[in-house]
Design a protein. Structure first.
Length: 64
């Protein structure tokens, strides 16, 4: 049990050290890929069979 706790503490210490760069500031982890341009979003939607953004936006809402 003690060995497992020591291993976890060692892993946490190593991770903390790796998250610091040479300026002693925390490295920011990226949030992932962005959605891209409107053109890219439009063509991606159409290529997977969804309606285009322009026609989707032009529909009237049900609540009107």
């Amino acid at each position: 049990m003690k060995n497992n706790l020591e291993d976890k503490m060692m892993a946490a210490a190593i991770a903390a050290i790796l998250l610091f760069d040479s300026d002693e500031s925390i490295i920011k982890i990226s949030s992932g890929r962005g959605k891209g341009s409107k053109w890219f979003q439009e063509h991606t939607r159409v290529s997977i069979g969804k309606t285009s953004l322009s026609s989707e936006r032009s529909k009237r809402s049900v609540l009107r």
